[in-house]
Ligand binder design. Structure first.
Ligand SMILES: [Zn+2]
Length: 253
């Protein structure tokens, strides 16, 4: 059953925590995902419309738009092979049943930012007219794991898009890199990555030159300077969900 997130056929022996540092000679010995599986993920990303030039190979994952990760061992949704952008984005929403109770596990490497994580979750949970609800859990089973990861200079965090009706299963925070930011900015980074994991693209994708075009949330079109989902604003962007962020969340969930 392809919907089974733990489909063992797709689980490679790889630690998701390994980021760009995996290319160095000092990286832990981690088996790279099988090429066949990697190609499947790469083709999937291309099928979503992302140009090959925008896809960065980081060893155990592909990174798109700087902070959206596609782990090479991810379960690739079954499609008929034709790119269907809008249906994809519609289809990658977290299912209503799952969205009502998204279980979040904070890895021990991130518990020092529990307060920031709590702030971020509270913002999403407070959106009026939305059934979206994140719950912190102490262990498995969970839907999203938040871990600390060295993502290199300039990248605050990385989220993952939903697949199979489930929220993206991993959020990585470049803890050391954002440590000097204000509390509100650290919480922003976490809040922003949660947004990716429930399918939000960057609100300012056009200004950032990102491709493919973002799909307008029905009834909530256009740009929004106050959006917490604007990209490229680590340490300086909005720290609370804007009115349009909330309207979009209520529209989708
Ligand atoms: Zn982002």
């Amino acid at each position: 059953m392809i919907k089974n997130l733990k489909n063992v056929a797709y689980i490679a022996l790889v630690a998701l925590a390994i980021s760009s540092c995996s290319k160095t000679k000092d990286a832990p010995a981690v088996e790279e995902p099988k090429q066949e599986q990697s190609d499947k993920v790469l083709n999937y990303i291309k099928s979503l419309g992302f140009p090959a030039s925008s896809i960065v190979d980081l060893g155990t994952e592909y990174m798109v738009e700087e902070d959206i990760s596609f782990p090479k061992d991810m379960e690739v949704p079954v499609t008929d092979g034709t790119p269907k952008l809008e249906q994809y984005y519609t289809g990658t929403l977290v299912s209503p049943a799952n969205a009502a109770n998204i279980k979040v596990f904070v890895d021990p490497s991130m518990t020092s930012m529990n307060a920031e994580i709590t702030n971020a979750i509270a913002q999403w949970n407070a959106v009026a007219g939305s059934a979206l609800h994140f719950t912190l859990v102490a262990g498995a089973p969970y839907d999203i794991k938040i871990i600390n990861a060295n993502l290199g200079n300039g990248v605050c965090g990385a989220g993952t898009f939903p697949t199979g009706g489930k929220a993206g299963n991993l959020i990585r925070i470049n803890k050391a890199y954002i440590a000097a930011n204000s509390f509100a900015q650290r919480a922003r980074t976490i809040c922003h990555e949660f947004g990716h994991n429930i399918s939000f693209r960057h609100t300012n994708w056009a200004a950032l030159g990102e491709s493919p075009a973002g799909i307008n949330v029905p009834g909530v079109p256009g740009t929004d300077a106050a959006s917490i989902m604007n990209g490229g604003q680590c340490g300086s962007g909005a720290t609370v969900l804007s009115a349009k962020d909330k309207a979009a969340t209520a529209a989708l969930y």
